[in-house]
Design a protein around this ligand. Sequence first.
Ligand code: C2O
Ligand code: CU
Length: 465
Amino acid sequence: LFQTLAAGGPANAAPAGAGAAAGPAVTPFTVPLPVPKVLRPYRRTRSADHYAVAMSRTSLEILPGRRTEVLTYNGSFPGPTIRARSGRTAVVRQINLLDMPTSVHLHGANNPVESDGGMMDTIAPGRSKTYVYANRQPGATLWTHDHAHHMESEHVYRGLSGLYLLGDEQEDALGLPSGRYEVPLVLRDAHFDASGRMVYTMDDAENRTTILVNGRPWPYMKVEGRKYRFRMLNSSNLRIFILALSDGSQVTQIGADGGLLPAPAPTPVLVLSPGERADFVIDFSKYAPGTQLELSNMLGPGPADLVGRIMRFDVGDRTPDDSRVPDVLTTLPALPNPTVERTFELQMDEPGSGGHQAYINGRTFDANRIDTEIKWGTTEVWTVTNASVTVPHNFHTHLVQFRILERDGQPVYPAEAGLKDTVLLFPGQTVKLQMTFDTHRGVYPYHCHMIDHSAMGMMAQMKIV
Ligand code: C2O
Ligand code: CU
């Protein structure tokens, strides 16, 4: 991946000059960063927390001074954050007050089929469904988002998306920055028309030139001169972010999709394709009060362009800080010997070819077809290739966290070596993934998480028997 970047990087979705011409002008770094509310359980028992969420159409302020209609979980954009605990059950009743079917998937978790939010397992308008999450996995940055077949990309784009932060005791004991020093950052792009309406056109990356963080455009955040932990998610449909601080200094990545890394990994860039998460720490105590530090996207037409700007940290006075980032964070599970190998090829009708379909191993998604049959308990190695010539893809599996053994024959960098459920593949790249199917049985999808592509067919099903 670094080699691709060093060579100038592949063409990203956004062409030069796209700018923000499409929507009302917003001056970057004039809106304060909001933090999504934490959802309170309405009932707590000895072993479970019960939550209620209503999906509704709401108008709220995204661009300054305008109202935009969005789809929401509990009226907020993005939805409220659920803070769950490893080993403690969360029961989430989802009430669909929209006029179309929805399905709620907890991305990164292992849940039985009936609580996985499958694309055909939808909640009809006016109905509700109760999802039960046992949270049998270590602490991680998870994500609830819509998955209703053929509608998921538009639904997620319009707002059915919210963080689910899973914590555990081992993590608590580390002494990482917490409370108001642990801040979610949900990044995405969007296309607004001149009146501030959000426009969705399938596979239209070019016009999604407004960058939102926690639902507001190019925000600034006032920080104290101390350490902060950031829980970052790229919830975009198509945009890849390669983020760097404007002073070129490193951030300390401590976790990826499925939880903490074995050890902190200092890195000058954070690479996040749609659906990927990064857990990282920035120590602002090294900056003079008054410093303005930008977080920029290196994978854009250029840092001066609006899609190259993300947000700004305004550093204040130094404050006392007893948080720590220990040298050892966790131990990853051992890698059992794989007994089954499979290959997957991601392909899409090339832009300009006239076709608008996307494929895995030559086939578009069919809900009535099982593409891969897997024996419960096996450890497998999947070799996944992006056979597209110009289009990046990524690969996401439901149910399992995998390990990336290699990319194009090379070991991956430390931040990618932890537990992952989504992996980026630039055109022509190949990754080898290893995973063990030892939790639930049943039918689950795997797909490209550039979800306009999965809606175009780049999705398939595995059955664990
Ligand atoms: Cu994030 Cu099939 O999902
Ligand atoms: Cu794709």
